[in-house]
Design a protein around this ligand. Structure first.
Ligand code: TGC
Ligand code: FAD
Length: 394
């Protein structure tokens, strides 16, 4: 027997989380959700299946929506608070982690690096067009042999007169082959520094990485730098040492704390609706205690994750958020999101393995989210260090 829809409570309404949001935050969320449902959701299964996205068109759409670098001030950026930015990430990731990735890398990594560490000329040149989605940016930190340990990077920049000569390879770079500008982190005699490498610079290429089983609706590339000559003013003047790129990662990790919950919410909404409609052994799948146990456990974790995200967002807006707290959020919310996606897949039975439903697509995407922006192990070790005062990375 089907239960009446009027008796069903949305999982996030259980804890009345919306009451913790301002009217403006709710409005921004509603705008992004409506645009995502109208312009992105109808195409996402096809993009994922093909392993291709119309990146330029998407960037302009997202720029028009005002979500690119939305939490930054000036230079054409919207200047919203962090909670509003997190909610936008959540709505985009409710469609697909790959779309949130495009926005995270553009706004929190590439634009943020320029906004935070760039010269006035660099900001004027790149930020307004990046906010509008006319230019795409990428962020090259990871290398084939240096992922969790970026301090082991081999990419180097050497002075030649006033110019810089860059050599090295970056790996797994989101937006890499479609980017107009790459923020590249390289070892110099004075420690790690950041460089802006425009697409088309001789010696610079960005071959796309194909055959992915995760984040298929996202462009991932290698960055190859062979004697790339850059003028002195290509260097970001205010980033010195690893704290430069790690400062950008704090921003993007924060977006993921909210974003991952979007994927989880979409899975749970799908599973609840499916369980209510599906008849097994002559009764609604939703009417069995085993199903309700699964749904209840997932709703509890989703609600807890949302409260955690909001708490971290309020701390960030108060200027009090620490990297360890971001690690708590990224570790917990991605771990729970992937568990929810996998559990929802079981509720859908065989239908759960198809692209007709979003759950396995989300689960596969979340494998990347678990790994990038600091693996779950790295975040455990960051928290472990905070608790004990002992670093266990090396
Ligand atoms: P450690 O010696 O601890 O620190 C080196 C310097 O950095 C400072 N620092 C930070 N600064 C800002 N924010 C943070 N979270 C920071 N953590 C450390 C630190 O104070 C020090 O500064 P200074 O001035 O004394 O030099 O560094 P370590 O080499 O021991 O490494 C620490 C560790 C393992 C936590 C760090 O390296 C790390 O986070 N590793 C993970 C790497 C990672 O997350 N890579 C992500 C690449 S980008 C990406 O994945 C994009 S995917 C996006 C998408 O598609 O959505
Ligand atoms: P490794 O560092 O080799 O880790 C392998 C395993 O060892 C992991 O389980 C890890 O947790 C574990 N491990 C590592 N150190 C320790 C330790 N001390 N103790 C115990 N276990 C440990 N990078 C960018 O710079 N820019 C991007 O835009 C970008 N986009 C990405 C997009 C996708 C789709 C993916 C999958 C990755 C992307 N990355 C990007 C790279 C990502 O940040 C790295 O994959 C990640 O940091 C992990 O590095 P690794 O893959 O080299 O794994």
């Amino acid at each position: 027997m089907k239960s009446s829809p009027s008796t069903a409570t949305h999982p996030l309404a259980l804890l009345a989380v919306d009451g913790l949001l301002s009217a403006e935050e709710r409005e921004i969320r509603a705008t992004v959700r409506a645009a995502a449902d109208r312009e992105l959701r109808p195409h996402i299964a096809g993009w994922f299946e093909k392993g291709e996205i119309p990146a330029r068109e998407l960037a302009r759409t997202l720029g028009g929506l005002g979500v690119l670098g939305m939490h930054l001030d000036g230079y054409g950026c919207a200047g919203t608070n962090s909670v509003a930015y997190g909610l936008a990430c959540m709505e985009l990731e409710a469609v697909d982690s790959g779309l949130r990735s495009l926005v995270s890398v553009q706004g929190s990594l590439a634009m943020y690096a320029i906004w935070k560490y760039g010269s006035e000329e660099q900001k004027q040149r790149w930020l307004p067009k990046m906010a509008a989605g006319e230019y795409i940016g990428c962020f090259g930190l990871t290398e084939p042999d240096a992922g969790s340990d970026p301090g082991a990077m081999r990419t180097n920049a050497k002075r030649d007169g006033s110019d810089w000569i860059l050599n090295g390879t970056k790996m797994w770079i989101t937006n890499g082959s479609v980017a107009d500008v790459a923020v590249v982190w390289a070892r110099t005699e004075e420690g790690v520094r950041g460089f802006l490498v425009p697409a088309g610079t001789p010696g610079f290429s960005a071959p796309e990485i194909k055959m992915k089983l995760s984040l298929r609706a996202s462009v991932t590339a290698e960055l190859v730098l062979e004697d790339v000559r850059l003028p002195a003013d290509a260097m970001l003047p205010d980033a010195r040492g690893l704290s430069g790129p790690l400062g950008c990662l704090n921003e993007a990790r924060f977006g993921i704390v909210f974003g991952a919950l979007g994927a989880a919410r979409d899975c749970l909404e799908t599973a609840i609706s499916y369980a209510r409609d599906r008849t097994v052994f002559a009764r609604s799948l939703a009417s069995y205690q085993l199903t309700q146990q699964k749904l209840a456990d997932m709703a509890v974790e989703l609600g807890k994750g949302m409260l955690l995200a909001l708490h971290l967002g309020r701390l960030k807006d108060a200027g009090e958020l620490t990297p360890e707290q971001i690690s708590v959020g990224k570790l917990n919310n991605v771990r729970e999101a992937i568990a929810i996606a996998r559990e929802c897949r079981t509720i859908l039975g065989a239908n759960g393995i198809t692209l007709e439903y979003p759950v396995l697509r989300h689960a596969n995407n979340l494998e990347s989210v678990l790994t990038y922006e600091g693996t779950s192990e790295v975040h455990s070790l960051v928290i472990g260090k905070a608790l004990t005062g002992e670093q266990a990375f090396r």
